[in-house]
Design a protein around this ligand. Sequence first.
Ligand SMILES: [Zn+2]
Length: 419
Amino acid sequence: MKHIIILGDGMADLPVERLGGKTLLQYAHKPMMDQLAREGRCGRLITVPEGFPPGSEVANTAILGYDLNKVYEGRGPLEAASIGYKMANDDFAIRCNIITLADGKIITHNGGNLETDDADVLIKYLNENLAKPINEREGCERVKFITGIQYRHLLVIKGGSKHIVCAPPHDHPNEAWRELLVKAEENAPVEVGRLSAQQTADLINEMILKSQELLAKHPFNQERSKRGERQANSIWPWSGGYRPSMEPLQQQYPAIKSGTVISAVDLIRGIGHYAGLKIVEVEGATGLADTNYEGKAQAAIEALENDDFVFVHVEASDEAGHDGDLELKLKTIEYLDQRLIAPIYYKVESWNEPVCIAVLPDHLTPVEQRIHVGQPVPFLIWYRGIKADDVQQYDEVSCVSGSFGLLKLNEFMQTLMSV
Ligand SMILES: [Zn+2]
């Protein structure tokens, strides 16, 4: 049996008064998901382990069966994998935003909507004028900046310590940035072959200050100033870690010989990479409601022809939830149903080798709260010949009486791979 997980990011919701107290999954027209729920079996899953925030990277890692306490290393290492940077064992990789500061405060976390091409110029400039002098001073290749997407880049510090406290810039708009500089964790461990936490914090803070001098005089920012626009005038590193010690899925589940991840989101691709999955690019996959659903369905079908395991992640419903856009979020559920799940189902239902389809979200992104909520999510599992339970529809309420009951964390993957 082959397996495909189809994940609608943030798709689950809470009862909404405007919908007569129904959730969006209860209200939406989604005949395909309902058919799979009716013919298959359902349950609910706890996707966020205790002590972790309900972030997509946390929930998706848990859904793939990994113990977050053992493998979670923050965003930096995941984004490194997504942009194709292979981390060495002594690397410390940390997300490096280029942000806007003014009057001693953080104005935006996104450098005034920085675009990738412009950011690439600034990143090269920082490598030449900031990284190179530090590397020469240290007598080794200590630091490098790597271009990512828009304002989201990567800083790699060879031998850096992850035991530092950083402030995510999007959580601190209009706050004084000096107070938010990097600090060493209290009682940080000493790690052989690495800088101490304090040395790492000092090095990053030195780079933040120096980047401000350098970026302020760069022609890109000078031009922006003249036009009265926001400057992209400081680096801001946060969420770093070491190379995750994730065992590829192939080593844990004999049924998986090769697998593929399909997602527009770099964090999800990064998780897939460390899980031993191939990353497939789909043209027009945007992470929004205008994404190329048909293209993703086609890519998933092609991957299933060769591989045993496919993980398709669709971001659109999460973004609609963050925007608080009820109509759009309903549409993303209906698009997922009709433009992605249905074409995959109708293609694979008659294959000689049976395909098991699982559908679930990673967490709730309720349209009225507009933030992630880490409650149990509903899931369905279908394959040809499965003995159905009594659940007639796929939604948060119906799945409570599903025959899988309430699973937690890696129990989902174990259950899925045992059918
Ligand atoms: Zn998510």
